[in-house]
Write a protein that binds this ligand. Structure first.
Ligand code: FPP
Ligand code: MG
Length: 327
């Protein structure tokens, strides 16, 4: 955590600029919209994604206005997707606070999400870089497909690890890839540059770790993350720790657990037994080992491509923070 704080501090001026840009763009003549947005913006979150845009740009020089607009576009699109996701998932709390759909209703949440999405596109357009507009638009496509993929996979009980990785790429890592693209484009670097390719791949690996870690939270009770344990299973989503143990025929009781996991609607006791089965048979350890492998790949890529610098080190600490974070 200490390292993440120091990354935030090293970008304090840029983050202040980002947040005032976001507040500015989200102003509207509608009082209700302003009221909802003001209270939503009070819980900013960690802002990992705009930080990633800034660090990628910073590897090549200063964090320019163009990079800030690109970072704002990414953060706004991310928030739009969360606001819509809470409607899709019928979630009532996020970051320990009530969601917009819970506080108001689905109609209002969809419209607020639309407003965030439109502002994301406006900020992307304001960069006057068609490549950044392209990255943000492609991101919206991938996030929507990812969300549908997940619902489809849950319905058809696909237990392939490959399907899991495809989903988490689309629903989460695609956002991190867009951050790298926006950061390098803002710095005037093209995608054909091997340094851009390295940052894009690093960000993909970072995004995969982010989602694997997020999925692990669901196996444990933690008030800090503001969501109940077993939420994914309740929605029919089988994530890496359980997926891994359900595929291991050698584990006693595996077949029974597999048919339980395939059940249409799970009760609380059934969710608890699937969670315990995953934990007791090393599913969490496997997920951590997977993240460590991806982390080492990402760090090696950065070390091979970039000369030592505080920004390169910050990118490596960022992936460590993502893996070690408690919420
Ligand atoms: C959180 O996943 C949600 C996402 C990562 C993406 C949601 C995407 C959409 C609703 C479609 C695209 C929307 C726009 C505006 C283009 P989760 O439900 O697994 O995690 P959670 O616990 O944070 O809700
Ligand atoms: Mg959700």
């Amino acid at each position: 955590m200490g390292n993440f704080k120091s990354i935030q501090q090293s970008l304090a001026t840029e983050l202040t600029g980002l947040n005032s840009l976001i507040r500015q763009t989200l102003q509207s003549p509608n009082e209700l919209m302003n009221k909802v947005i003001t209270s939503y913006l009070e819980k900013e979150g960690k802002q990992v994604r705009p930080i990633l845009v800034m660090l990628c740009a910073k590897l090549f020089g200063d964090v320019t206005d163009k990079a800030l607009k690109g970072a704002a576009a990414v953060e706004l699109l991310h928030n739009a997707s969360l606001i819509h996701d809470d409607v899709v998932d019928d979630t009532t709390t996020r970051r320990g606070a009530p969601t917009i759909n819970a506080l108001w209703d689905n109609h209002l949440a969809v419209l607020i999400g639309d407003f965030f999405l439109s502002n994301a596109l406006l900020q992307a357009a304001a960069t006057e870089d068609i490549r950044i507009v392209g990255s943000i638009s492609e991101l919206g496509r991938l996030l929507s497909i990812g969300e549908l993929d997940e619902i489809y996979t849950a319905r058809f009980n696909n237990l392939e690890e490959e399907a899991y990785f495809k989903i988490i790429f689309r629903k989460t890592a695609s956002l991190f890839v867009a951050c790298a693209e926006v950061g390098v484009f803002a710095a005037g670097i093209g995608k054909e540059d091997p340094r851009a390719a390295a940052l894009i791949e690093y960000s993909r690996l970072l995004g995969l770790c982010f989602q694997i870690k997020d999925d692990i939270f669901d196996y444990f009770a933690d008030a800090a993350i503001g969501k109940p344990t077993g939420n994914d299973l309740r929605e029919g989503k089988i994530t890496l720790p359980l997926l891994h143990v359900l595929r291991d025929e050698a584990i006693e009781g595996c077949a029974g657990m597999r048919s339980l996991a395939r059940k249409e609607a799970l009760g609380s006791d059934e969710i608890a037994s699937l969670i315990n089965f995953a934990i007791e048979n090393g599913g969490i350890d496997y997920a951590y080992a997977t993240m460590a492998r991806l982390r080492n790949q990402a760090a090696a890529l950065l070390r091979d491509t970039f000369a030592p610098s505080p920004t390169r080190d910050a990118l490596i600490s960022l992936i460590d923070f993502i893996i070690e974070r408690n919420h």
